[in-house]
Design a protein around this ligand. Structure first.
Ligand code: BG6
Ligand code: MG
Length: 222
């Protein structure tokens, strides 16, 4: 069975997770809502709207729609100021080797990200041409853990969900891939991403042989 590769962006291909963290932390603190790495973990893979809703829920705060929009814009502005400084040096270790390997072996490859800034980031780091298909936060209505973003990626690549290998750094993303019967590969802390079929700290742990193992893996259907 031919396999296809779907990559999440933030925290998988580039280290933008730290920029999201900084911008959300500043916003939460301006509202006097405590925000640590623990809260941040729960926002990974989650859309911008849902992230702000969650922060407000944690702080037991209700705000007007207008204020909500203003805060979202403010957060994005701060985030984009960090993104603006990015170059190809911000591509995470080992990513290029894997992308090149997958591409040179002609496997279909897509991006599946919740971010509305995905294309901006890809072009900043010079990776736009690597992906046959890009599905981002502008094209989906249901946020991860709903698998919509990955299912759309499969449709565009013309493969079945069972053929997809998904790389993710978030719990929500692993859940999304699992619920659609895709092979899920957790990149990051194994104790957080323990629902994944495979776990690696980063891409430097993934050799060409490992890629072949992922390709040959047959997921048990539940
Ligand atoms: C996900 C990130 O990839 O995209 C989340 O993990 C982020 O932290 C979400 O909130 C939406 O991103 P953006 O760029 O549209 O605000
Ligand atoms: Mg991510």
């Amino acid at each position: 069975m031919t396999k296809a590769f779907i990559f999440d962006l933030d925290g998988v291909i580039v280290d933008t997770a730290k920029f999201h963290f900084l911008a959300w932390k500043n916003l939460a603190e301006s509202l006097e809502i405590p925000f640590s790495e623990e809260e941040n973990e729960q926002l990974k893979g989650v859309s911008r709207i849902r992230s702000l809703q969650k922060i407000l829920e944690w702080g037991n705060k209700t705000i007007s729609e207008e204020e909500f929009k203003r805060l979202m814009a403010e957060k994005n502005e701060e985030y984009l100021a960090y993104v603006d400084q990015m170059t190809e040096k911000d591509i995470l270790p080992g990513v290029m080797e894997i992308l090149n390997y997958v591409k040179s072996n002609n496997y279909p490859i897509a991006l599946g990200s919740a971010s509305k800034n995905a294309r901006t980031i890809l072009s900043k780091v010079g990776l736009e041409d690597y992906f046959e298909e890009i599905v981002d936060g502008n094209e989906v209505s249901k946020a991860k853990p709903n698998p919509e973003v990955f299912l759309k990626g499969c449709r565009l690549l013309k493969v079945e969900p069972e053929q997809a290998i998904v790389f993710e750094d978030s719990k929500a993303g692993i859940e999304a891939a699992n619920s659609a019967q895709m092979t899920s590969v957790g990149i990051g802390d194994k104790s957080v991403l323990n629902a994944a079929d495979f776990n690696f700290l980063d891409f430097t742990e993934i050799s060409k042989i490992t890629i072949e193992t992922l390709i040959n893996f047959k997921k048990q259907t539940n």
